[in-house]
Design a protein around this ligand. Sequence first.
Ligand code: 13P
Length: 255
Amino acid sequence: MTRKKLVFANWKMNLNSDSASQLVKDILLTINKDIDVEIVIAPPFPYLNLVSKLIEGTKIDLASQNIFHEENGPYTGEVSAQMVIDMGSSWVMIGHSERRQHLLETNSMINKKLIISSSNNLNAILCVGETYDERRQDKIFPTISDQLKRGLSEIRKEDLSNIVIGYEPVWVIGSGKSAKPKDILEVHNFIHEMLVSLFPKAEELPRIVYGGSVNSENIESIISLENVDGVLVGNAALDCKKFCDIVMKVGGSHD
Ligand code: 13P
């Protein structure tokens, strides 16, 4: 089955209200409206509403970069699923490695977030990936298997169509050099097999997208791989031309 390819822009903690609105306006002017690619932009929380208004009625969807793992309550500084939905988000990123690293997010917190996002009908991208040390110590598959098993615990097979797995090898994020296609292929195939074994009865399994120094030069060698259903873009998503080039090449990668 051919599944719609996804290009997901993670702006991380970058831009301001002026540069964010300019970037969205430029992307909307540049992108071919008929392109058969799902496009999602994840701005920082304070710009969700701004971006939501700019993309209204366009083919771009809005994501929040995070939600808190409780529905509401005394959690100063945190943001709930309902709040990001209220700001126009239909997507949420869960378990990005930068949050696992700097905010000490655990697989158990990540699992709670995924359960909350599913019960609120948000589409979620669950990020997994090994660190450099885990790769060196030959722990890629145990690490990813653990992240998937714990992250997806108690998720119902009916909710899988709203979930995407983002494979982001931590050691290539922001490095300017993506993982090698053969390494990406190996891990994506592994994730696919794991999903089949975790959800043998599912009609639709989550799509699997790759992230880590994706750019307009390496996109074609990545998107053409088996079990690569799209890409998660960081740095290159902050530049209209680079981002739109990626979208266009993804759009041209299938018939
Ligand atoms: P870069 O594309 O900057 O490596 O970032 C990838 C990423 O973390 C997307 O979530």
